[in-house]
Structures are given as C-alpha cells and as structure tokens.
Ligand binder design. Structure first.
Ligand code: S3P
Length: 424
C-alpha cells in the first residue's frame, strides 16, 4: 500500500477507539459474571473480536450492535462449556495468555491456537506458574509455542509467585487461575505492569489487594454483571500524539483517552523530550492536546518501560526527529511482541534514513535526521505499520510503500481513514 507522505498543517480532534486491554477483559469478566454485562466503546478490532469468538465457542451468548456489546454471563468459571473445536485467537497474545488462566481449572480439555506470529511467541511464561497451581498444559516445544493443549479436571491451588518477567499478561493469567483456586495467591512483580485485571476484579464485585509490586487475592470468588465504559486506548492515541508533535504546523486534540497511571509512560517521555503537550484529566480519562514541537533526546529505562512498552516503536520515531541521542534500554520484552520490535523498528526506520542502532535490550537513536521514501514492511505487526505511516507523513521526497498494511486492523481498523480525515 502507498502511504500518505509530505504533510504539514494537520489539525483536528480525534476520539481514538476503545482500550484493547480493557475491551478484552470486559468480555472475560462479563462472561464469568452473573447477569448481563453491557460494554460501551468496545474496541471493534480483530484482537478483541477473537476474544468474543473464543467465548462464543465456550457457550457464552454475546451480542454486538453499533453502540454496545452485550455479554450474557454464565455465573462462574464452571459455567463455561466444552468447545467443539480448537479456540483460535488470531494475532492476540492477550487472548491466548489470559484464556490459559481462565481455562486452567476447567473440567474439559481445550486447545488454544492462533496465527503464524502467535505460534512463535512464548507461552511457557504462563504455563510454568499455571502448572505449579495444578493445571496440566502441553505445548509444541520448551518455549511453549501454540497450539496449547489444556487438560481438564484439575483442582487448582493458590500460589506465591515471583514474576521472572514484567508482563501484565502473565500476571493476569495467574490472577484468573487464582480466582478459581483453593486458598490465597500472592504475586510479586519485577516492575509494576498495567493493572486492568485488578481493576476489573474490583469493578465486577471481587476482592484483590494491590500494594506496590505485590497483589494478593483469595480463590473461589464470584462476579456480578456491570455496565462498562471503555476509555480510548492511549496506545492508539500515541500515534496521533507523535503526528501532532512531528508534522509541521499541527495541532491535535485527543478526547476520552484512558489515563491509568500504569499506561501513561509516553506522556512522561514527551515531557522529558520537551514536547508541547497539555492534558485535562478526570479520574480515568482525559483530553490530550499536542502541537508541533522541537524535541530533544532522552533516556528511557527501568520502571518506565512497562508503562509504555507498546509505545516504544512510535517513541523511536519521535527520537529520530529529536536533537541528540535517545537511549532505550531494559526493553528486551520487545523481542517477543507481535514481531521482534527491536529489529523491526531499527530495520525499517534505517531504510527511511534514520540513524538507529539495535541493542540487546533496546535501541540507540541519534537525531535529528530527515526521512526519505523507501519500501518498508509492518512484518504483520499493527504497531509497526502505524508507526511507519506517521513516519511517512514526514517524508518530503520519494514514496513510501508499506507491505502488510492490513495488520493495523488488529487494533485500529480505521487508522488510515482517520489520517486522511486530517488532510483537507
Ligand atoms: C497487555 C500486556 C502487554 C502489552 C499487550 C497487552 C495486556 O503485554 O504489550 O499489548 O492487555 O495485558 P505483556 O504482558 O507481554 O507485556
């Protein structure tokens, strides 16, 4: 696909689609609750639709209309029915990993599998703690590649678990297993990761203690249906934050953006880079306004990384347009995302003229460099595809041809239309 290039003066107000992490979890808790859950501003994108399809195969009735998704809960984990075929998660790491936790205590067998990318991502990070809790799981190899075969009929018990990686998906899978286990579970994280599962447990009437890096909960909990309002996804807003900062003479307002502090690392980075960004926040969401800025390099590391892990590709683009050096470290998790995002970002931005060096756990980027036309690929990764479209807007000479552009539908099906709508 030929990308839009060479833009100035992009102005507009955008409401980005619903948060992906919260949309997945609202289906999951809605399915497990007693009663009918209504979800507003649900993310109608491939990943979250995969979660809906998986629950339908498990016997949960879910209706979709333009304004809401309605989930008819089955009153607990044991209300889920044995699926007649494999459970296909498409490209969605959140679906497969959280479903492993949800199905760990089922009375029936089930198989979880997904697309080519999913079948190359490590599931053992979830399988290992779940087996310690009493689940029986078989995978294709030692890394735990899908298909994941879950054997039913086990009674789970609580666990005290020290997380070896900072991952909300792993933490959430353990939490789902813990909710159906005998006794107490305590999880200690390496770094604080997004706490949407913890928040949903509380919203649906369950109990969990969250203190610093430790979460504690007891088993055999039950949930009551809720009305859920999903805020806009800050990870999708991030592309338009970058657009507003980088495209000359631009001013972008983003409304109803989710501002959970475990997700707002990108706002801290923009501030450190000297970006012109203002925020009006209410409790959970707010409006962000950005205007074209002269940026400077910064260092991104440590506890900041999980707070912006999905935004690192677009932050790398910001760094190519900032004066001086930007160092991203402690981000080895990028290697096991939808694609190896360290290599993908470095390869593709280099093709466009950026000065960028991949390292074992991040990237070193020297700015500022003019970007030029090139033939690039998303590697089938939605966030790489969207980052490259924002990069293309800065290209003054030559064309940018993007392979595998359709990947953006994983989290933002209207992305290219929204870009077009900003151009008059
Ligand atoms: C997610 C957690 C993160 C993130 C992913 C969504 C979630 O993954 O990258 O896009 O919804 O829990 P990890 O847990 O692998 O870091």
């Amino acid at each position: 696909m030929k990308l839009i290039t060479n833009q100035t003066n992009l102005k507009g107000t955008i409401e980005v689609p619903g948060d992906k992490s919260i949309s997945h979890r609202s289906i999951m808790f809605g399915a497990l609750a007693k009663g009918t859950t209504r979800i507003h501003h649900f993310l109608e994108a491939e990943d979250c639709l995969s979660t809906i399809e998986v629950f339908r195969k498990l016997g949960v009735k879910i209706e979709r209309s333009d304004s809401e998704v309605v989930v008819h809960g089955v009153s607990g984990f044991q209300g889920l029915k044995k699926p007649e075929s494999e459970l296909y998660v498409g490209n969605s790491g959140t679906t497969i990993r959280l479903m492993m936790g949800i199905l760990a205590g089922a009375q029936f067998d089930a198989v979880l599998t997904g697309d080519e990318s999913i079948r190359k991502r490590p599931m053992n990070r979830v399988g290992i703690p779940l087996e310690k809790m009493g689940a029986r799981i078989e995978t294709k190899n030692d890394a735990g590649f899908a298909p994941v075969q879950l054997r039913g009929g086990n009674q789970l018990s609580g666990i005290h678990y020290e997380m070896p990686v900072a991952s909300a998906q792993v933490k959430s899978a353990i939490l789902f297993a813990a909710l159906q286990a005998e006794g107490e579970t305590v999880i200690h994280e390496k770094e604080k990761t997004r706490n949407h599962t913890e928040e949903m447990i509380r919203l649906f009437g369950g109990e969990i203690e969250e203190e610093g890096l430790t979460v504690k909960l007891s088993g055999n909990q039950s949930f009551t249906a809720q009305e859920v309002r999903v805020p806009g996804d800050i990870s999708s807003a991030a592309f338009f934050i970058a657009l507003g900062l980088l495209v000359p003479d631009s001013l972008i307002r983003l409304t109803n953006v989710g501002l959970n502090p475990t997700r707002t690392g990108i706002l801290d980075v923009v501030e450190a880079m000297g970006g012109n960004l203002t925020k009006e926040a209410s409790t959970f969401s707010g409006t962000i306004q950005v205007a074209t800025s002269n940026l400077r390099g910064t260092t991104i590391e440590g506890s900041l990384i999980p707070r912006l892990i999905d935004e690192l590709p677009i932050i790398a683009l910001l760094a190519t347009q900032a004066e001086g050096e930007t160092v991203i470290r402690d981000a080895e998790e990028l290697k096991v995302k939808e694609t190896n995002r360290i290599d993908a970002v470095a390869n593709e931005l280099k093709k466009m003229g950026a000065d960028i060096t991949p390292t074992e756990d991040g990237l070193i980027i020297r700015g500022k460099t003019a970007l030029h036309g090139a033939k690039v690929t998303s590697y089938g990764d939605h966030r790489i595809g969207m980052m490259l479209q924002i990069a293309a807007l800065l290209v003054k000479e030559g064309e940018v041809e993007l392979e595998k552009a359709e990947a953006v539908a994983v989290s933002y099906p209207d992305f290219f239309d929204v870009i077009e709508s900003l151009i008059d």
